[in-house]
Design a protein around this ligand. Sequence first.
Ligand code: FES
Ligand code: FES
Length: 154
Amino acid sequence: MQMTINGQLKDLTVKDNMLLIEVIRDQLQLTGTHNGCDTTQCGCCTVLMDQQAVKSCTILARQAEGASIQTIEGLAGEHLHPVQEAFSQEHGLQCGYCTPGMIMSTVYLLQRFPQPTDEQIKEGLAGNICRCTGYVNIIAAVKSAAKKIQEVRV
Ligand code: FES
Ligand code: FES
């Protein structure tokens, strides 16, 4: 099967029961996408599939046939993506295990709500669990990222 990963078309051989996260981590060695539970609870496996946030432990690789997948490795260009920068500056992470998923969910959230309310942020990140930060700095990071993206657009 074929799928595009971070802008590159890949030819892949997958078993029918293989999960998208297995292709991403084990075949493509893109280990920034984390596996925290394998049961659709933690969100640290979140990637964008055709610009929508999905939990890659919940999708069969075959369901992503022909799709365009973006992982955390594909986010930064020459510089960090504004969401990555904001998480770093606002201390929106501690151990970092949840961070790739948080960041990909935030990118998706800000596509839909460029200036999100606290409620929209909480709802948008409801599928992502963090064991360390208490979420306060994560919410601050999302707001800061929204501002940065806005400034770039003006
Ligand atoms: S590893 Fe996918 S939701 Fe936890
Ligand atoms: S920073 Fe450790 S789980 Fe979120």
